[in-house]
Design a protein around this ligand. Sequence first.
Ligand code: NDP
Length: 481
Amino acid sequence: MIQLKNYINDEFLEPIQNEWLDNYNPSNGSVYGQLPNSSLEDVNLAYEAAKKAFESWSQTSLEKRSAILLKIARLIEDNLNRFAEAESKDNGKPITLAKSIDIPRAASNFRFFGHAITQFHSESHETKSEKTINYTLRHPLGVVGCISPWNLPLYLLTWKIAPALAAGNCVIAKPSEITPYTAFLLGEICNEAGLPKGVLNIVHGLGTTTGQAIVEHPNIKAISFTGGTETGKIIAKTAAPMFKKISLELGGKNPNIIFADCDYEKMLTTTVKSSFSNQGQICLCGSRIFVEASLFEQFKTDFIERVSQLTVGHPSNESTQVGALVSKAHIEKVLSFIDRVDSNGGKLLHGGKRVRIKGHEDGYYLTPTIIQVDSNSCHLNQEEIFGPVVTIMPFDSEYKVLEMANDVKYGLSATVWTNNLKRSLFFSEQLECGIIWVNTWMQRDLRTPFGGIKSSGVGREGGFEALRFFTETKNICINYE
Ligand code: NDP
């Protein structure tokens, strides 16, 4: 049985109240470890450590901060297999995905912000007629909170921690209690990389207690949160009256719009990925597929055939393409949508069944599921399922599909497949979301702003946007007459 501990002040500590949570292995449904069910006292302990470390860390030279972040990146890469195995075991994702995407990206996050901070700049403005010069300083905020979800555990945790640390803040991080393992391993790496004690503190526990204690803490200056829209509302409600800075990356229900003039083969291959990568548990997955009517029947046949070839299997098997869903509660939630397909005017075209893997019968496996719907207003198209489930429906006109794509409360991302330049510019302009891919999906450049609109969130991460979020701006005006 693995026992994870909190990482506070560069020490691995048991929770003060000695309360523990079980950690499940989704590939077989068994409990394989325990993690702290931390209380307010643990959060306070982490805060005291972070506060003490802040004075020195915020004054540390950029070169030194950068060098430490680059070393963390290198150590994650040196430990690729260990991290990938832990991530796959904790989350149920295929080991190949953890090795090729999740863990390399966690290293890239540290490397990117280790470099970015050395290029971060502010402005100065001279007004000769008034003999003034204005210049802007950007100071780190102090102690900040980073709260992340279970779908891309280390990838998203480090996407927050790296810019926060680079900008000179000290961090209290809470990973999802469902997938805490790689965050625990990160503590060991930080120690080896020479990150001073107290600069990063990782506190495990439930969102409603540990997470809420971080959000409510009067002296934690900012909350960077990625997770569900309902949780985002609670965080905003708590943090707003305290005037904390908040960045909220929330749910999505992303349209994937396919025109008949697209590069068909590329679109088909990418659409299989954008639908079912990580068991469909990526906030950027295209879960509402709209296909131009003239292409619809061909697409339907070919898509079902390609999807039926995907291998559902144990995450540690190198040939597995679709692993286990993250938890019992989550697979039950996803199945509850599938159970209501008929009553919502949908037609199950493929999948929708639990898969029993020999020797791992209690694992949370599900066949990739394709549902045909005849209206965008059905709840299958309006609610985030966040699993291996997509809907498909035909459309006749550009205007109709644009209206349907935007007719949802979310606004995270969209994909458009067309070789018509004018059309791609029109859709890029008109789609109500923060991220648009034309003829591709999930190609990420870490310099670009990342985030959603409407119920998909507030604020942007990535590049200098993240460094701006984790700094406070102060303008100084000097008259030199
Ligand atoms: P949740 O909102 O349930 O949880 C996210 C994190 O917040 C977890 O660490 C959770 O702890 C914690 N938490 C829960 N309640 C509170 C609270 N009251 N105060 C502080 N922290 C709290 O999301 P999931 O983990 O279920 O992740 C899936 C969701 O994340 C989906 O909606 C998905 O779309 C979204 N997401 C958005 C992304 C984006 O960039 N926009 C990227 C990836 C995912 P605990 O685990 O204990 O509940």
